[in-house]
Design a protein around this ligand. Structure first.
Ligand SMILES: [Zn+2]
Length: 350
């Protein structure tokens, strides 16, 4: 199999260029790819304002950058993100990304933090299986999980998201399109577009992959307002998205109370692929540290409110009260300060 790789550059900074994989050029032979190269490349550039092309090539799939994945259970392939905040070092690759191979199609759960990462996940899937793409599921709105979706949309996949996701993305897209390249570098972000889902779910839904199926469950406001969980019926694996953080400090961008309520539900047995951190054999084990952190946060916020502290006094007091929780969490200080403000705003009206 050959893939079309376009060198795209920022029109405003022509020295900033990066290779991008264009699925429209996929071909069994180099000649089949090359026959479509000019038109596919021109169409793609036309759809990406601010970019210019600096040539394209058709390369064997084995030459394309590929994301490292581990098969954690039969047919379940997981890429482990860096346990860190966004930075030029990790190029936006901080979330766990997965694909699940059935007998008829392959599903993706979170397509990556940039176009670059989506391309490399696409190449990993194409190296693992020739099966057609099934659903590409976005666990929630955060770009470190979903900003790689466009390459899969170009490949013809259905992009599945929670019904609340488009409005949340619309409210934040412009901010993220500026702030993320500032955090990870313009080259790492080059060509990234935050696309909307092509199909929305507002109730539990099942996707048959052949020989196994994935069950999607929308979750009331918790990590964000628009979280989805995905369970594989064959292995019992639960993909929690960012409802479970391990190693990287949990981010409260929805409801602290809702999140703790979700975590308090009885869990079904089976392995857990968290949004960040290592795969765990069961939910109680996966979420134990996070439950401790979020419970301590709720207690610290309650204490600040009971003491009558205003927001500007409360945030440093909450961060100080959280210090005993610090061990084992990456990006603890900055995230905990933001969480303190978010939880204060939520609990102020209790
Ligand atoms: Zn998130």
């Amino acid at each position: 199999m050959h893939v079309l790789i376009l060198t795209a550059c920022l029109a405003a900074s022509p020295g900033v260029c990066a290779p991008r994989l264009l699925p429209g050029g996929l071909g069994d032979t180099a000649a089949a790819c090359e026959a479509r190269g000019d038109s596919v490349a021109a169409d793609w550039i036309a759809g990406h304002p601010g970019l210019v092309a600096q040539g394209w090539t058709c390369a064997p799939l084995s030459d394309a950058p590929v994301l490292a994945v581990t098969e954690t259970a039969p047919g379940i392939h997981v890429h482990r993100g860096a346990d860190a905040a966004l930075s030029p070092d990790n190029r936006g690759g901080i979330a766990n990304l997965s694909f699940v191979v059935g007998t008829e199609r392959v599903a993706v759960i979170d397509p990556g933090g940039t176009r670059e990462q989506g391309d490399a996940l696409f190449a990993a899937i194409r190296r693992a299986t020739p099966l057609p793409l099934g659903p590409v599921i976005l666990t929630h709105m955060h770009p470190d999980h979903i900003a790689g979706a466009e390459v899969f949309a170009e490949a013809g996949a259905e992009i599945i998201g929670d019904a609340r996701l488009p409005a949340a993305l619309a409210a934040r897209r412009a901010t993220w399109m500026e702030s993320i390249p500032a955090q990870i570098g313009a080259q790492a972000w080059l060509g990234t577009v935050l696309v909307d889902p092509t199909r929305l779910v507002d109730a539990p839904a099942t996707f048959d992959l052949g020989g196994r199926s994935l069950r999607l469950n929308p979750v009331p406001r918790a990590h964000t307002d628009g979280d989805l969980t995905v369970r594989d019926d064959l292995t019992g694996t639960l993909f929690t998205g960012d409802l479970v953080f391990r190693g990287l400090t949990p981010v409260v961008d929805g409801s602290l109370k809702g999140w703790l309520a979700w975590l308090a539900q009885p869990a079904q047995p089976g392995p857990v692929v968290p949004g960040h951190g290592p795969v765990a054999p069961a939910l109680d084990r996966a979420a134990a540290d996070e439950i401790r952190y979020l419970t301590a946060l709720r207690g610290a916020v309650r204490a600040a409110l009971d003491a009558g502290q205003g927001l500007s006094q409360a945030v440093p007091a909450i961060v100080a009260a959280m210090t005993p929780q610090r061990a084992g969490w990456a990006d603890f200080d900055a995230t905990t300060a933001r969480n303190a403000a978010a939880a204060y705003a939520e609990m102020e009206w209790d």
